[in-house]
Design a binder for this molecule. Structure first.
Ligand SMILES: *[C@@H]1O[C@H](CO)[C@@H](O)[C@H](O)[C@H]1NC(C)=O
Length: 341
């Protein structure tokens, strides 16, 4: 089967999937469920922090943001809103979660939360060094600085209450496994796959402990999606039929298994904490080729015609469409809300 035929069949599959899965409506309540939302991680939850730095990992140009309010590229790596925005809406806080480094943040924006995420980053510090973006540890420093701003606005007691009561959502690990381990092979010189996965799980666990030390009590950590089925993986290692890459899926799945065990243990060890692991490994589809970040621009053939964007799972070679994000976020809503139990 040639590539084009294969893509057409995939698209038909996706179309069927999107038609039969109804999108549950998100809660809309009068009172927000938490004072703020604070988000850490990579491009899946970055809402524009990388706009402020010199890196190739950026999305502040068309066609990114094509279906965003006002059709603006904002640094979000999709056609519309990101999971960080959707979770903020789901909690009744606000519809868009601004990046911490937005130039025009007002007190009210800070009081209701921001995203510290930086596209291209990962739990492995080397991942951020390679991409020249903020590491997960930089994001913890940003959180400390953020607390200082809250104190200046509302006083110490309120600042600490906001941090204690607000969900801290973490989504990372994608770039460590795909980019740093498999594509660049740089970590393969010192780690085999199981030991690299242990290393990442330890780093993720330490990250959560640090959040706890900074006063966070409600912490939600996303597991990884089936990384072998994202378009870039299928293009690089999927052979001529662009199949899903088993070894990448297995890596993501063992990371998830170990991470969820480790987080269960932390939940017991860190008193007064509520730590939730959110699995999103189901669903496995993709089209598209290499167009991610700077190679997805207005000159590249984007993966689908404009009016058709909502029928696709993937927007570029790595990032889902707004609609796909919405389906996943809605599907994990009830689990996520367990962080308030
Ligand atoms: C990453 O860097 C930070 C800051 O330099 C350090 O504290 C942390 O231990 C490093 N993490 C790993 C997994 O090496």
């Amino acid at each position: 089967m040639d590539d084009q035929m294969n893509s057409i069949l995939l698209c038909i599959n996706l179309l069927l999937i999107l038609i039969i899965i109804p999108v549950p409506t998100v809660l809309s309540q009068e009172r927000p469920m938490a004072p703020a939302l604070l988000v850490f991680g990579d491009s899946i939850v970055d809402t524009g922090n990388n706009n402020m730095i010199i890196t190739t990992v950026k999305a502040d140009f068309p066609p990114y943001g094509r279906d965003f309010q006002g059709r603006q590229p904002t640094g979000r790596f999709s056609n519309g809103r990101m999971p960080s925005d959707m979770i903020a809406s789901m909690l009744g806080i606000k519809d868009l979660l601004p990046p911490y480094y937005a130039p025009d943040l007002e007190d009210g924006d800070l009081l209701t939360g921001v995203s510290f995420a930086s596209a291209g980053t990962g739990y492995d510090n080397l991942t951020a060094v390679i991409a020249q973006v903020f590491s997960m540890w930089d994001q913890l420093e940003m959180h400390k600085e953020y607390r200082g701003k809250l104190v200046a606005i509302a006083g110490e007691e309120t600042a600490d209450a906001i941090i204690r009561e607000s969900p801290h959502v973490v989504f990372a690990g994608n770039n460590d496994i795909l980019a740093t381990y498999f594509f660049s092979t740089i970590r393969q010189k010192t780690f085999d796959l199981p030991s690299y996965i242990n290393y990442l799980v330890d780093a993720a666990t330490n990250f959560v402990k640090e959040l706890y030390n900074l006063g966070a009590r409600r912490i939600v950590v996303f597991g990884l999606p089936p990384l072998g089925c994202v378009p870039v993986s299928r293009t690089v290692r999927g052979g001529k039929n662009r199949d899903c890459v088993d070894i990448y899926n297995q890596a993501a799945s063992s990371f998830n298994f170990e991470l969820s065990n480790s987080l269960n243990q932390l939940n017991v060890d860190l008193s007064g904490s509520r730590i939730i692991y959110l699995g999103i490994f189901d669903g496995c589809c993709g089209t598209g080729e290499f167009e991610a970040s700077i190679s997805c621009n207005k000159f590249s053939p984007c993966t689908c015609p404009e009016s058709e964007t909502n029928k696709y799972i993937f927007w570029d070679a790595f990032h889902p469409t707004e609609r796909a994000f919405h389906i996943v976020t809605a599907a994990v809503q009830s689990q996520l809300l367990n962080v308030f139990r």
